[in-house]
Design a binder for this molecule. Sequence first.
Ligand SMILES: *[C@@H]1O[C@H](CO)[C@@H](O)[C@H](O)[C@H]1NC(C)=O
Ligand SMILES: *[C@@H]1O[C@H](CO)[C@@H](O)[C@H](O)[C@H]1NC(C)=O
Ligand SMILES: *[C@@H]1O[C@H](CO)[C@@H](O)[C@H](O)[C@H]1NC(C)=O
Ligand SMILES: *[C@@H]1O[C@H](CO)[C@@H](O)[C@H](O)[C@H]1NC(C)=O
Ligand SMILES: *[C@@H]1O[C@H](CO)[C@@H](O)[C@H](O)[C@H]1NC(C)=O
Ligand SMILES: *[C@@H]1O[C@H](CO)[C@@H](O)[C@H](O)[C@H]1NC(C)=O
Length: 470
Amino acid sequence: MKEKEKSTLKTLALCKSHQIWQMHIFPLLISSLLVSLFLLFLSYSSCSSCSSSSSSSSSSLTLSLSAAAHSDPCSGKYLYIYDLPDKFNAGILRDCLAMFPWVDMCPYVANMGLGPHINETGSVLTETGWHITNQWVLEVIFHNRIRQYECLTDNSSQADVFFVPYYVGLDTGRKLWRQNISLQERDSLLVEVMQLLKSRPEWLAKGGRDHFILSGRATWDLRREDDGGNQWGGKLLTLPEVKNMTVLLIESCPWENDNEFAIPYPTNFHPSNESQVVTWQAKVRSTNRPWLFSFAGARRPGQAGSIRDQLFDQCLKSTRCKLLDCVSAGSNCDIPVTTMSLFQSSSFCLQPPGDTPTRRSAFDSMLAGCIPVFFTPHSAYTQYKWYLPNNYSEYSVYIPDNEVREGRVSIEEVLLKYSEEEIGNMKEKVISMIPTLIYKDPNYKLDSVRDAFDVAVDGVLRRVKSIIGN
Ligand SMILES: *[C@@H]1O[C@H](CO)[C@@H](O)[C@H](O)[C@H]1NC(C)=O
Ligand SMILES: *[C@@H]1O[C@H](CO)[C@@H](O)[C@H](O)[C@H]1NC(C)=O
Ligand SMILES: *[C@@H]1O[C@H](CO)[C@@H](O)[C@H](O)[C@H]1NC(C)=O
Ligand SMILES: *[C@@H]1O[C@H](CO)[C@@H](O)[C@H](O)[C@H]1NC(C)=O
Ligand SMILES: *[C@@H]1O[C@H](CO)[C@@H](O)[C@H](O)[C@H]1NC(C)=O
Ligand SMILES: *[C@@H]1O[C@H](CO)[C@@H](O)[C@H](O)[C@H]1NC(C)=O
């Protein structure tokens, strides 16, 4: 089965450009359906074998638990952060004015990457923990957050995993729009950091297979094949060294590269203690939701295959839908209070693809307790597997995009079929997921909340164990 699955995926392995992802949704759906049916079968058969042996193993379980209590709680979880020269991280942030041609990124990379603190929370947000966080700064937040990880070590021979704090997404991103930079120059820091790593004993010990890196940009921006022509993106994901590493990104390639793992986009909420999280969950549980569904976004006139026009038209026609057109003047889509106010007054939030299948807005809407409606599995289901329930019906609605494109489905009718109880259950599921979808304030060593960072590190530890053994 594994081989068959692999070969199916290989034939789909075409993660090269922005345009082609849509072609592969349908075959992937079928193959993933087959895979999940098979997994269902597997889990049933293994469950029966494990319950039959459970009584005989219970005494040895007690023994090993008490032995574990005396051992090091960080055993198997030690993490080493490379101390890289400044130019690979903080130095890139000093280039914040020129980072993107259309926005001054300096306020957003400040404050550990959280951005400006929101002082006017009004009645929409809770009083504490809110910032104007830019969607491209996850590398900064993550790097600061990892410094609060409870099992850091300076002793690299004790480490189980190694983090490479090079801000590859910000570095590549800032060079994408500079006309006078050659493709070689675009990747110069990347190539340099890999040379540096490969000379280190920490790398040589396991060929880098216990190393990981993070990108705050999507996979499509980082998989350039070569240096010919005028191609898009950097080449992080095509370097042979990096194929040995684990790569965390806000959007992974769903068909290829089993070393890519998607982790949540940053939202605006960065609580510093558990009670801020609980207070927020209580708030979104109790808000009045007059709108059945809503959409915040823009049409995509130039983008072939985009369903945004249809979503606009369906929303405008429905008295149960609220539209926030981010192109119209004064829409204030960039102001968190505007979008969070919309999402917390809607039961369902439409999350179509944008430039790529995933969207930061999906995380903003779930944070507001709004049930996401996805139109391709690659917006979430094939991406955030460490974070989202396997059974997507528990927390979301899936409407295939071709049905929308061909005018064969009324979104309002689909959503009206959900009973109040079903909506309540899905909303509760979404609200229960909030802690692991947010990044806590890296200024604080944290209490009991397990956030998106914690889930990511656990995922990396599990993956590294599975590829190199103990
Ligand atoms: C909130 O106040 C702080 C301190 O005065 C300031 O630095 C920050 O920029 C303000 N936030 C916004 C969004 O204006
Ligand atoms: C580093 O860790 C190794 C393996 O756990 C241990 O043998 C060694 O003594 C440690 N070195 C220092 C300086 O603590
Ligand atoms: C590219 O142009 C920018 C501004 O136009 C300039 O600051 C920079 O030095 C140039 N870089 C190279 C490599 O020529
Ligand atoms: C990748 O890992 C393999 C297996 O350990 C190793 O042989 C190879 O040298 C590594 N590649 C690099 C570039 O270090
Ligand atoms: C959590 O943070 C809030 C706001 O900063 C503060 O008022 C509260 O006392 C804190 N609670 C705990 C349990 O530390
Ligand atoms: C998935 O979740 C839905 C909604 O909770 C439920 O009706 C359905 O039975 C679940 N499917 C499976 C296979 O567990």
